[in-house]
Ligand binder design. Structure first.
Ligand code: UDP
Length: 456
């Protein structure tokens, strides 16, 4: 009797940060739905939260060399350097272990922040797939830096292949203000080291969203757009509300009842949702201005202020505004964005948050603070016209009055009508991209087919 073929086995290895784990976990689920066996790989430090939340997907751990993860390293450079050394050794051992168990590894999909994984992949002769969790436009900018086509710090407006003209402050903060973030530009630029030796270059975006820059990057690097990963379960159009709102692996635990009960009591499209993601640390002045803008908008609000940031809330703010809104430490963001009470999203424009709002057609008020958020905000406001942008200076400082004005513009003004219509248009296009036969679905199928061929 003929044996049925085993599924191809893929390790998926995100950089251990919320904004990287989410899209790569979502992509893993899509691979599983297409018959691939996926094992998630994470560091020992994060494995506890992973194991509880990854559902039926197996999780294996390697070591980054630190007991307490990144926070216990003396510097970013020290973390990356030790992670590379210890990570390579422990990943090698993991592959040897898995190869001996009857589920040999065929491929590793690894985060672009950890280019050292490629050497391990090559040493075993596996298929390599590098995964970019930021927009293709942002990747393109770092690629230009890598190739020496942009001088850093950028001081004048630039015109880059595949992109429209960008002002210095439209660029990622590491490019226009590298001195403020030592080491980070190198990490971003090093994502492109040895990229010509990688079999697959995957990016969490979709063709229609970034058509010109994807065309250009695919000519340089064979880059493939496979997103938005958050819409993975829309494949074959079998979409349910739960599919839209499943936030996946969460590093913090939301107190869902508290805010969902509150949201259920609000009128349709009346609430602003305010969140600056999993990393941004606003200083006291930024927090003060944001609080002022929220209050001044006069709208009902749900504001996520992580536990580590709560101390920076202006004194008495929660009590004074309790009739208007609530502050929570973490929420299931997709569930909130999908709620009928939502009117707009005041966001730092992290790439996941941007895509999540886009996929649910929620208009945005963009308040970029640092890293790629500036470029995302520029595109949200001026290219995709899904929202408005609050001016922030090179240090991420902004005026609360402008925040309040932008919120009212999106919620009540003429501009609001335009961004609501265009947001809906982008939502539909994102869904087209991931459904069967859509541009991202085709790219994923080609990747999956190549894995199946690899072990035959
Ligand atoms: N997020 C969430 N609950 C919150 C705040 C954020 O689930 O209360 C999720 C959000 O849905 C997104 C991720 O955290 O998937 C943040 O990623 P993003 O790229 O937007 O920003 P970063 O945290 O990397 O700055």
């Amino acid at each position: 009797m003929e044996q049925s073929p085993r599924p191809a086995h893929c390790l998926v290895f995100p950089y251990p940060m919320q904004g990287h784990i989410n899209p790569m976990h979502q992509f893993s689920k899509t691979l599983v739905s297409k018959g691939i066996k996926v094992t998630l790989v994470t560091t020992k430090f994060l494995s506890k939260s992973f194991q509880q939340l990854s559902g039926s997907m197996p999780v294996e751990t390697i070591s980054d060399g630190f007991e307490g993860g990144y926070a216990s390293a003396e510097s970013l450079e020290a973390y990356f350097s030790k992670f590379k050394k210890i990570g390579s050794e422990t990943l090698t051992k993991l592959i040897e272990k898995l190869n001996a168990t009857g589920f040999p590894v065929d491929c590793i999909v690894y985060d672009a922040m950890m280019t050292w994984v490629l050497d391990v992949v090559k040493s075993f002769g596996l298929v390599s797939a590098i995964f970019f969790t930021q927009s293709c436009a942002v990747d393109n900018i770092y690629y230009h830096v890598k190739k020496g086509l942009i001088n850093v710090p950028v001081e004048n407006r630039v015109s880059l292949s595949g992109l429209s003209v960008l002002e210095p402050l439209d660029m990622p903060s590491f490019v226009h203000n590298p001195g403020l973030y030592p080491g980070l530009l190198d990490i971003m630029v090093n994502q492109f080291s040895d990229i010509d030796k990688v079999d697959w270059v995957l990016c969490n975006t979709f063709y229609k969203l970034e058509e010109e820059v994807i065309e250009w990057m695919s000519k340089q690097l064979r880059l493939r757009a496979i997103g938005p990963t958050i819409l993975r379960k829309c494949l074959n159009n079998q979409k349910t509300r739960e599919d839209d709102t499943d936030n996946g692996l969460q590093m913090f635990k939301p107190n869902t009842d508290a805010y969902m009960n509150w949201l259920n009591e609000q009128q349709d499209h009346s609430v602003i949702y305010v969140s600056f993601g999993s990393l941004a640390e606003l200083n006291a002045e930024q927090m003060q201005e944001l609080a002022y803008g929220i209050k001044q908008s006069g709208k009902h609000f749900l504001w996520v202020v992580r536990a580590s940031e709560e101390g920076k809330l202006p004194k008495g703010f929660v009590e004074e505004t309790s009739a208007k809104g609530i502050v929570v430490q973490w929420c299931s963001q997709m569930e909130v964005l999908a709620h009928k009470a939502l009117g707009c999203f005041v966001t730092h424009c992290g790439w996941n948050s941007t895509l999540e709002a886009l996929c649910l057609g929620v208009p945005m008020v963009a308040v970029p603070i640092w890293t790629d958020q500036r470029t995302n905000a520029k595109f949200v406001a001026d290219v995709w016209r899904m929202g408005v942008r609050v001016d922030t200076d090179k240090n991420g400082v902004f005026k609360g009055e402008i925040v309040g004005h932008c919120i009212r513009e999106v919620m009540d003004g003429e501009k609001g009508k335009e961004v609501k219509t265009t947001s809906k248009k982008w939502m539909d296009m994102a869904r087209e991209a991931v459904k069967e036969g859509g541009s991202s679905d085709i790219s994923i199928n080609e990747f999956v087919a190549s894995l199946t061929q690899h072990y035959k």
